[in-house]
Design a protein around this ligand. Structure first.
Ligand SMILES: *Cc1c(COP(=O)(O)O)cnc(C)c1O
Length: 411
């Protein structure tokens, strides 16, 4: 059974010969996506919350192959932009099952959601500002809405993702009940929603559960004073170990802790993991093109860059790196960086890696979440191809861009 799959996949667990063949067939840098692992991660998560409704937060990886696989696995999809709604539907999602979380939504996004809801009244729109609800009403919308709560507690791996204490996200906790009373008159108020942070591991679980408890309290209050709710959505944020010595979440424990934090609640619990589902299901293969010894460091140049994977530059994120051509060579402390002309284009500094030599293949792990999703064309670099492996077979699910793709919209 796939929910018996190991709770973490390290780079050493990938079939190195196969990775070598994929790089030879498709070139580098190359995203390699294991769709079976995506499904197994979702199933392990869902199994820990048998009574909850678990949706996949699409923005972690919106690739059609990922969305189709998860839909086939039984997941529903949470979207945070019109383009994500569009891609979820393209992948086969029933629009009636979609949840759209609007954050400072441009008109285009609201128009799209309102049009969609006209034929698909099951769609739920979550708002985090009074403006958003007023703008929905101005479009004649009186359908399903949820209120995004700002729990006042943020958690996670980096300040920039601790959304739960950032005023940008959600209605201030103390104002939610009043707003909910108003919304219950104007719309079909079906839920509360909160998403406190990202990358939560065991050390952050206390804070995360505190935020969950506060939102559950609010859910009980709304149910008591205003209206029955269909669901209270506690968001995503569940982390994966990026460092080799970090332990994965024990989902049995997490399930228990979350249920304990929620307590008695008539409404259904909803959760929407993104990162947890896709992070360790994908890696990047990159070829060494330069090995330069300097008094300060040994600099290893590769063909992937911050355009391929921006998380180290943007969040200071650690990603595991392994020499998959020669994992048994003696480790040497090296800095690994790409071809972009900024000091931020570095995947690691002074990290022991089995001595990289020119033409070696390195794997950069845990690239499935916010990896390809944040890839860009800096330095006029076409974005890499993405190959999916599934049931023992491999297929290209995203072609390598060409230079024409980079210039296509120029006039
Ligand atoms: C980003 C996001 C998620 C997923 O967060 P992860 O940390 O990837 O699990 C879930 N819900 C909402 C509303 C989000 O914006």
């Amino acid at each position: 059974m796939s929910h018996d799959s190991p709770p973490v996949r390290r780079l050493a667990d990938w079939d190195h010969d196969r990775l070598g063949r994929l790089a030879a067939d498709h070139g580098t840098p190359l995203y390699v996506l294991d769709l079976d692992r995506v499904a197994a991660n979702y199933e392990r998560f869902a199994a820990a919350f048998p009574d909850a409704h678990v949706m996949y937060a699409a923005k972690a990886h919106t690739g059609g192959a990922v969305l189709s696989k998860l839909l086939a696995t039984g997941a529903d999809i949470e979207c945070a932009a019109w383009g994500e709604l569009h891609r979820a539907i393209e992948a086969g999602a029933d629009p009636n099952t979609l949840q759209y979380t609007a954050v400072n939504p441009p008109d285009r996004d609201l128009d799209y959601a309102v049009d969609l809801a006209a034929d698909n009244p099951g769609l739920t729109v979550t708002g985090g500002a009074r403006d958003t609800f007023d703008r929905l009403a101005a479009r004649g919308y009186d359908g399903r809405v949820a209120v995004r709560v700002n729990p006042g507690i943020g958690t996670g791996h980096h300040e920039k993702v601790a959304t739960g204490k950032d005023a940008k996200f959600g209605i201030p906790y103390d104002e939610v009940a009043d707003l909910a009373a108003d919304l219950a008159d104007r719309f079909d108020l079906v839920g509360l929603h909160a998403h406190a942070g990202s990358g939560v591991l065991h050390d952050d679980l206390d804070d995360h559960c505190r935020a969950i408890g506060k939102v559950a309290d609010l859910g009980r209050r709304v149910e008591r004073e205003i209206t029955d709710l269909e669901f209270v959505d506690f968001g995503g944020g569940f982390g994966v170990p990026y460092r080799e010595d970090e332990e994965p979440l024990d989902m049995g424990v997490v399930g228990e802790r979350v249920r304990e934090a929620v307590g008695e609640l008539d409404a259904q619990i909803k959760l929407e993991p993104g990162r947890y589902v896709v992070a360790d299901a994908e890696l990047i293969l990159t070829e060494v093109n330069t090995v330069k010894e300097t008094p300060a460091a040994t600099v290893v140049g590769v063909d992937a860059s911050l355009a391929t994977l921006i998380r180290p530059a943007m969040f200071g994120s650690y990603h595991p790196i392994r020499n998959v051509s020669a994992p048994d060579r003696d480790p040497e402390p090296v800095s690994v960086g790409g071809p972009c002309c900024t000091s931020a284009d570095v995947f690691c500094t002074d990290r022991p890696i089995a001595e990289p030599r020119r033409e070696d293949l390195l794997a950069v792990g845990n690239a499935g979440a916010y990896g390809y999703e944040l890839a860009n064309q800096f330095h006029s670099q076409p974005r890499p191809a993405e190959v999916a492996v599934e049931d023992g077979a491999a297929r290209v699910v995203r072609e390598r861009e060409t230079i024409d793709d980079v210039t296509r919209v120029e006039r």
